[in-house]
Design a protein around this ligand. Structure first.
Ligand SMILES: Cc1cc2nc3c(=O)[nH]c(=O)nc-3n(C[C@H](O)[C@H](O)[C@H](O)COP(=O)(O)O)c2cc1C
Length: 328
């Protein structure tokens, strides 16, 4: 039965099969919790309810899982990548600091997962360099969220291809320049998104550009003109000056000229900015709610797109450096 496959190529070919990611947990006879990340999980039978997964013969937990009567499968949500990495790391205390519940047979149950199956070992089969566990499902629970996905040896996102209650956009236009063009999709989404904020901006006599500059001024108490110029490069460029003059004219920002030109928000400017930002955030939640579990995927892809087309984003948009607490 031995083949002379190139093991790397074989792994790569297997990695073409996209899976979810699970963590399997159990407790040793001495009561010590154990667990590992596994993507070999699969359903076997609906009636009786059976599932399976396989464990490498090299696993440190092999002996304990062989003996365990109960174990639990946790299907991970998209925001649980670090938990997956933790349970795929050997020789650490995988449960350190985790708040776990206790399931059937005292099995540790992790929180925040997409689905959990509490199982009793039904069969164990030798499967080459893995041991296959088939479990009878005794209980399960699930929440509506987005899954963590594994594809080609990397974590990935899953999105639905359509939404049940949204009319698909005209299919015949897919591939046409206007409707299938990234610029159109981004531009029109941007326009329609901000259109919903327009009444609030109009009430403050602010254009989209001025709101952009106003919200940028909330990033730091005082922002120098060169920081703003760098931050607006490729976005507003020269129109930045015009927007700033207008904000100063409206009494929302003030120019400081002591150490070169710099700008700060006036108390009224801060109040208006925070009000508009909270309206924008509320609008964002409504839009993202409609996308449901696909929302984090959209944000992640847009972040990647920005990273690709705006790799040298100005320091003003970067996370502030961590403050080092001085020893007292
Ligand atoms: C996404 C992913 C899927 C994995 N799937 C499995 C699997 O199905 N079976 C397995 O034995 N190891 C799998 N591993 C590797 C184990 O999680 C890893 O070797 C772990 O350290 C084993 O735990 P232990 O040796 O501490 O018991 C996977 C790792 C990752 C990152």
């Amino acid at each position: 039965m031995t083949q002379s496959f190139d093991p790397v190529e074989f792994r790569k070919a297997l990695g073409a099969f996209t899976t979810g990611v699970t963590i399997i947990t159990a407790r040793t006879a001495e009561g010590v919790p154990l667990g590992l990340t596994a993507n070999s999980f699969n359903s076997v039978s609906l009636n009786p309810p059976l599932v399976l997964w396989s464990l490498a013969n090299t696993s440190a937990s092999l002996g304990a899982f062989r003996k365990a009567e109960h174990w639990a499968v946790h299907v991970l949500a998209t925001d649980q990548e670090s938990l997956s990495a933790r349970f795929a790391t050997r020789g650490i205390d995988k449960f350190a600091g985790l708040d776990v519940e206790s399931g059937t047979g005292g099995v540790p149950l992790l929180r925040g997962c997409m689905a959990r199956f509490q199982c009793r070992t039904a069969f164990q089969y030798e499967g080459g360099d893995h041991l296959i566990f088939v479990g009878e499902v005794l209980a399960f629970d699930r929440t509506e969220t987005a899954p963590l996905v594994f594809h080609g040896g990397r974590y990935a996102h899953a999105t639905r291809r359509d939404a049940p209650d949204v009319k698909p956009r005209a299919a015949h236009l897919a591939g046409s320049f206007s409707e299938d063009f990234l610029g159109y999709l981004l531009g029109r989404s941007h326009f329609r998104f901000f259109a919903q904020l327009r009444a609030a901006l109009d009430a403050q006599h602010l254009s989209d550009m001025e709101f952009y500059v106003l919200s940028t001024l909330t990033l730091k108490p005082v922002i120098t003109d060169s920081e703003l110029a760098e931050g607006m490069a490729g976005v507003l460029d020269d129109r930045r000056k015009q927007a700033l003059d207008s904000l100063v004219g409206n009494g929302l920002a003030a120019a400081r000229t002591a150490d070169g030109i710099a700008y700060e928000l006036t108390p009224r400017g801060r109040e208006v900015a925070l009000d508009l930002i909270s309206r924008a955030k509320a609008l964002e939640s409504q839009v993202l709610e409609r996308l449901g579990p696909d929302a984090p995927v959209l944000k992640s892809l847009l972040n990647r797109l920005l990273g690709e087309i705006d790799p040298t984003a100005a320091a003003i948009w970067q996370a502030p450096p961590q403050e080092h607490k001085k020893a007292s």
